[in-house]
Design a protein around this ligand. Sequence first.
Ligand code: HEM
Length: 146
Amino acid sequence: MGVFYAVIVYLHVLSAVVSVGPLFVLFPIIRRMRSAAGTEDALLISLFKWTIRFVMHSGHVLVVTGILLLLIGPWPWYTSWVIVTVGVMMLSIVFLASGFSKVLKRFPDEPENREALIATLSKTSWRYILLLLVMLYLMVAKPAFW
Ligand code: HEM
């Protein structure tokens, strides 16, 4: 393995760690949101948004380094585990974009739906973590689907 390839694999794995790790912070935030009000509530929501933004940026690094690995490495783009990962990735983008941003925007306007919105955030967080763990498995095990 060339040094450049090794560096990109390292950055790719590092960005995978940083993409998954912060998501576990969402659960204590969600728990506090159930009883929070006023400035504490605003703080929790901005912390939640910050975490999502952070995960989104590291996700971008993950995709860019992944594409670089395909360009310079031994795996062609049509390898089955690569295609399945990209498919799962598209699903997670849909989840992150609609599942989190839309719901977070509704908080100030819909105090009456607060409980339901918090439940949605929790469900979306779990789904997103699950999708990332599936992609992690595909990357590490590299199963041949066809
Ligand atoms: C556009 C999406 C992605 C592409 C094109 C891509 C591409 C690749 C390629 C080509 C390798 C092989 C490196 C090698 O072993 O020589 C790799 C390794 C790896 N990828 Fe990705 N990747 C993507 C997304 C992800 C995601 C979402 C995760 C984690 C959640 C991830 C985690 C890993 C890990 C941990 C390895 C190291 C596995 C190993 O060396 O056995 N990748 N990736």
